[in-house]
Design a protein around this ligand. Structure first.
Ligand SMILES: Nc1ncnc2c1ncn2[C@@H]1O[C@H](COP(=O)(O)OP(=O)(O)OP(=O)(O)O)[C@@H](O)[C@H]1O
Length: 670
């Protein structure tokens, strides 16, 4: 045990003595409330011993929060006082160009404030320069966003006042006595980053900056809801909230006061009471503050991991939660009942029917009472997330006879490839493995079927797209001979398909360059045309029948060709290449199935300009792994299918074929 830790414990015991003599409760900050939502143990440790409380994902920058906050408020200060900023908004609002205003504001701020500071740091502490460069990246996004707001506000305010009316105030300390049951109250203090006004909406908005992408959106919501509430008390008017995540890329999470006001009263009193109870706990007592309900996500990046492990050692075995199936079933039943109760509390009457435990999530079946609309359950997804402490919104969908609410499993299981796919010969059926359904059944797609002959696959980084593509290719290899199928792999990232580099099933070496990819797509078109001529001669409608004919004549069949194209967005940056690629996909998509040629095209960035309508309409089957937005999900799955954004990543996927959407877990091949 180190000395610092022992000193902390000693300090704590002293504090504890003082605290336990107090009759009134300790003060909480809004940050304490956020931390308590994220992890009661981290809350406890930070209140007693201090220390860091941010869960920063490992790949994101550290130590830039303070300088970022400093420069963000410097920017507002400069914008309010420097006449050059004002003059940018002098022309008629209709003629203002947001982009050039943004660049000009960045230029002035860089010259007058940021660059001198950077120079100083470069001279005195050159090791801090990279961090400052990241700060600048974040500031650019922020200034860009604000320029948009200022331009809009110019329609509603005189150019002279628009800046001061927009940036209402900064870094303001606020406090309130939050009412608790039995006439008690809890003092809460907080210091928010900025208060701005959207003149179009005629709304104040509290802004929190974050220099990393927060892991737990539920606690973020609880935090901003509390700020909005305190500000509402102070200002006596509705106050929206926004979280600006400035890095790794600028993103705004916006919550209206109407969305927040219920949240705050539903969540805060119970949490405040729990926080008071947790703080009373002493190491010698039973029932310490519980661990976070997202241990998999948060514990590995906990800033006080070691202290926590020392302070809250695992329970002895006889007290640890038993892990037998009866208890699992009881827990599932309890969760189902909890869902029922939560929805009931919002006036949404449902009956919990039963649950199916899948590899990565549990599907709860809820039957809405007669007259209860499905949408009223869907609309409560944020409340379910917050009340049940879920890392993401749950996926809620109407099903035949019930509404399904999918909640993530804490102990999710991988589905090993070898358990489902054995070396077999599929004969003329060219099938690929998609994943395992809730009943544990392998779902496959037959590439000869017009609905599943070509695939569009999308998913953000970490969604499990590469693993999915690998298991798909392996399922072809394991069950088909090289006479039945040949595979072409296009891999601009150069790392996805390395395991297949020497495979006998490859039609040609793995394609990594855009020129070669274009050439190859042209070759596929030519091959398709040649095959059509053969089919015509043999009077066959497709390759399957033609091959049957060949085999009857004692000849070798012609193999199906499956082209798996990873990250094709990388090739769409160049307009000329994009056009040619699109034209090949169009020709192949429309006709290649009959010739036994199949396209499986995947992208990490399913943006409209990459997944163009032509590409979409020629790739009928879709697989969406977790996407980074609802919009991306809609682009892959079409229509209004925004669900892929609520998937859990790591191979959790939605498979759309002939209008049916199924949630599957992809196979993991070692
Ligand atoms: N089917 C699966 N079952 C269990 N874990 C999986 C599965 N698929 C992926 N994973 C896990 O998720 C992580 C990310 O997977 P993968 O590399 O395939 O993601 P990706 O979407 O291709 O992301 P990137 O584009 O960043 O490589 C992997 O480390 C892997 O361990």
């Amino acid at each position: 045990m180190d000395v610092v830790y022992l000193t902390h414990v000693h300090q704590y015991l002293l504090n504890f003595k003082v605290m336990s003599n107090q009759t009134h409760s300790p003060k909480f900050t809004v940050t304490d409330v956020r931390v308590a939502f994220e992890c009661p143990r981290l809350f406890y440790l930070s209140k007693h011993f201090g220390g860091k409380t941010l869960f920063i994902p490992p790949d994101q920058p550290r130590g830039i929060g303070k300088p970022f906050h400093h420069f963000a408020s410097k920017f507002i200060e400069l914008a309010k006082t420097n006449p050059k900023f004002k003059s940018l908004f002098k022309p008629n609002a209709k003629t203002l160009d947001r982009e050039s205003i943004s660049l000009e504001m960045q230029r002035i701020f860089y010259k007058e404030v940021f660059f001198p500071a950077l120079q100083k740091v470069a001279t005195n502490k050159p090791e801090n320069v990279p961090a400052l460069q990241q700060v600048w990246e974040g500031l650019r996004g922020l200034i860009n966003h604000w320029s948009g707001l200022l331009v809009t506000n110019c329609f509603y305010a005189n150019y002279n006042n628009v800046i001061s009316e927009t940036f209402f105030s900064q870094e303001l300390s606020v406090t309130c006595d939050y009412p608790l049951p039995k006439q008690k109250a809890q003092k809460i203090e907080g210091k928010f980053d900025s208060l701005i006004r959207d003149l179009k909406k005629d709304r104040l908005c509290m802004v929190e900056y974050k220099t990393y992408a927060p892991i737990d959106s539920a606690s973020q919501l609880a935090q901003v809801a509390l700020y909005s509430y305190i500000l509402y008390l102070h200002k006596q008017q509705p106050v929206d909230s926004a979280v600006y995540c400035v890095l790794p890329e600028f993103k705004v999470y916006y919550y209206t006061w109407e969305e927040l006001k219920d949240t705050v009263h539903e969540l805060t009193p119970l949490k405040l009471q729990q926080m008071r109870d947790w703080l009373q706990w002493k190491p010698s007592q039973p029932d310490p503050p519980p661990e976070t309900n997202q241990p998999e996500k948060l514990c590995p990046i906990c800033p006080q991991q070691e202290t926590c492990q020392r302070y809250f050692p695992p329970l002895p075995l006889d007290r640890a939660t038993p892990k037998n199936t009866t208890d699992d079933a009881i827990q599932t039943e309890e969760l189902g009942k909890q869902l029922e109760t939560i929805l009931q509390a919002y006036g949404v009457g449902v009956d919990y029917q039963d649950a199916i435990v899948g590899a990565s999530f549990i599907r709860f079946k809820l039957k809405p009472h007669l007259g209860v609309k499905v949408v009223s359950v869907v609309n409560r997804s944020t409340d379910i997330q917050v009340q049940m402490g879920l890392p993401n919104l749950p996926l809620i969908s109407p099903q035949a006879g019930y509404i399904s609410v999918d909640l993530p499993r804490k102990d999710r299981k991988a589905v090993p490839f070898k358990d489902y796919i054995q070396k077999t010969n599929n004969g003329f059926d060219i099938k690929i493995a998609i994943g395992i359904d809730l009943e544990g059944k392998l779902i496959e797609a037959d590439l000869s079927d017009a609905n599943t002959c070509h695939f569009l696959i999308g998913g953000t980084t970490g969604s499990g797209k590469s693993e999915f593509l690998k298991s798909l290719v392996l399922s072809l290899i394991e069950r088909h001979t090289i006479e039945q199928v040949k595979i072409a792999l296009v891999d601009p990232k150069r790392v996805t398909f390395t395991a297949f580099e020497k495979s006998n099933w490859l039609l040609c070496p793995i394609i990594k360059e855009s020129d070669r990819a274009l050439e190859f797509m042209e070759e596929l078109v030519t091959k398709m045309e040649q095959r059509y001529q053969l089919l015509e001669k043999g009077k066959c409608s497709d390759l399957k029948t033609y091959n049957q004919q060949l085999i009857q004549q004692g000849k070798s069949p012609i193999p199906h060709l499956v082209c798996v194209f990873d990250e094709y967005a990388d090739f769409m940056a160049d307009q000329e290449i994009a056009k040619q690629l699109e034209s090949s996909i169009k020709r192949l998509g429309g006709m290649a199935r009959a010739a036994g040629i199949h396209l499986i095209i995947s992208t990490q960035r399913p943006e409209a300009k990459i997944v163009t309508p032509i590409i979409r309409s020629n790739l009928p089957a879709r697989v969406a792994l977790k996407t980074s937005s609802e919009g991306d999900s809609k682009i892959i799955l079409g229509g209004n299918h925004s669900q892929a954004t609520y998937l859990l990543g790591k191979g959790d996927l939605l498979y759309l074929t002939s209008g049916n959407l199924s949630r599957l877990q992809s196979l993991l091949a070692s």
